[in-house]
Design a protein around this ligand. Structure first.
Ligand code: URP
Ligand code: ZN
Ligand code: ZN
Length: 463
């Protein structure tokens, strides 16, 4: 059956206004007013009083992440269920090449984890942790398999690369029209600061932010952008957390560099006083980069509103307190890093961004759907309500009010960094490629997500 979504407020790139949307098969076929349709073949859905968004895209998840000691409980089934229930119809997860593996093996491992289990559409970035001539030759093959974005790490001893390797990766990825994102933290300094605190016996949870101060991020951002300038390529910075890091980006942009920036809801909404909580509660907030100061939040909000932050992903990487995070209460380096978030991002941005007057509806859609689709080679198939785009649609009830609780969340873990946050607005219905997939309460169709083979990055900052 075709669907005509009637009388909603359509949030389009050029503005929001009342209108209708026709879904035929997997696609949107008409947008606007007075759309003609066949009443015998069409279900009419009344969206009066609701906003109608393109399906949201979270380009930063780590489902079923094995950090060597623990596996994060939100696998592709649970994580994508939470995504859909919250209005996110596409995720990009980070497949990772373990050292000793080819890129193709890394990708195949993640394809196996996701296949037939994922309820939203999905694709992968590929994190490169080892680089040589043979691996360099694989980039073309990986792009042909639909992966055009890569991640490099400047922190974590088992993941990070040398500066010269990052330089070579940037140039190679640019040849296929892809983009390299970076985890910008100076791993050497983190190790050194950690060793100093260990010597002093100061290994409680509150030391986590002390070994990863904003300088550690800003230095890495400066180095990464200098490498990119020398390579002559645009780059992406993932999970930017600090105003110092942002200032480095702004200086490089002023010199003419093309730089894309992602931040995450946690850096907009939470501050570093959380590390002063009793250790079991503070452990929830152990992720990297860590939380910062209110001034950093303010700088990131302003940048998000002003088009200087391009995307907001969650860095969803959930671990339980029981049996997982609690293992590191005496030594914070043993706490698995990460938080849940994929299900809550649209509500958080709607409540604390749009309803709070910090960003417009159009900016919310740019940050959560349009820009991610453009940067990662999915536009205009995803990220916009337009004829020819996939029928990924969220009918959003702005009058819903609820409270985030670990006990009731869809994420399959025993904690959330947003415990007790009041949220306004919520999903009334989610369509994935034209099919009603969630009704505001339940997931109606599990495991129907498709792997997305992606094209080159659409570098919208050039235009
Ligand atoms: O603490 C975090 N962010 N865990 C996930 C891995 C990463 O660096 O993005
Ligand atoms: Zn990272
Ligand atoms: Zn991450």
């Amino acid at each position: 059956m075709d669907k005509l979504i009637k009388n909603g407020i359509l949030v389009l790139p050029q503005g929001h206004s009342k209108g209708d949307l026709l879904l035929q098969g997997e696609k949107i076929t008409a947008v606007g007013e007075g759309i003609s349709y066949d009443p015998l073949k069409t279900e009419v859905v009344d969206a009066e009083g609701c906003l109608v968004f393109p399906g949201f895209i979270d380009t930063h998840t780590h489902f079923q992440l094995d950090n060597g000691r623990f596996i994060s409980p939100d696998d592709f089934a649970a994580g994508s269920r939470a995504a859909i229930l919250g209005g996110t119809t596409t995720i990009l997860d980070f497949a990772t090449q373990n050292r000793g593996e080819t890129l193709a093996q890394g990708l195949a491992n993640w394809q196996d984890m996701a296949k037939d289990k994922t309820s939203c559409d999905y694709g992968f970035h590929l994190a490169i942790t080892e680089w040589n001539q043979q691996i360099s030759r694989e980039i073309k093959e990986i792009a042909a398999a639909g992966v055009t974005s890569f991640k490099v790490y400047m922190a974590y001893d088992n993941l990070r690369l040398k500066d010269r390797e990052i330089f070579q990766i940037m140039k190679k990825v640019d040849e296929i029209g892809g983009i390299v994102g970076c985890h910008c933290e100076n791993g050497d300094l983190i190790s050194c600061l950690t060793a100093e605190l260990r010597e002093k016996g100061e290994m409680s949870v509150r030391s986590h932010p002390l070994v990863r101060p904003a300088q550690v991020e800003a230095e890495a951002v400066y180095r990464y952008l200098t490498i990119a300038e020398m390579a002559g390529v645009p780059v992406n910075i993932v999970h930017l957390s600090s105003s110092r890091g942002l200032a480095v980006v702004e200086e490089a942009r002023a010199r003419g560099q093309e730089i894309y920036v992602e931040t995450c809801p946690q850096y907009l909404l939470l501050e570093d006083s959380r590390y002063e909580l009793p250790p079991r509660q503070a452990a929830v907030y152990v992720f990297s980069p860590p939380l910062r100061k209110p001034a950093d939040q303010q700088a990131l909000w302003q940048a998000a509103a002003g088009g200087r932050v391009d995307t907001i992903g969650t860095d969803h990487c959930s671990f339980n307190i029981a049996g997982q995070k609690e293992q590191g209460l005496e030594d914070f380096t043993m706490i698995p890093n990460g938080i849940p978030g994929v299900g809550h991002r649209p509500q958080l941005l709607y409540t604390y961004g749009v309803a709070a007057g910090k960003i417009s509806l159009e900016t919310m859609v740019r940050l959560l759907a349009e820009n991610p689709a453009k940067l990662f080679g999915l536009y205009p198939r995803k990220g916009v309500l337009a004829p020819g785009s996939d029928g990924d649609v969220v009918i959003w009830d702005p009058d819903k009010v609820s409270r985030i609780e670990a006990r009731t969340q869809a994420h399959q873990v025993d904690n959330t960094p947003y415990e007790s946050f009041e949220v306004k607005g919520g999903v009334r219905a989610v369509y994935l490629r034209g099919r009603l997939t969630a009704d505001g309460k339940e997931l109606l169709e599990a495991g129907k997500g498709c792997y997305l083979s992606r094209g080159p990055s659409l570098r919208f900052r050039q235009q």
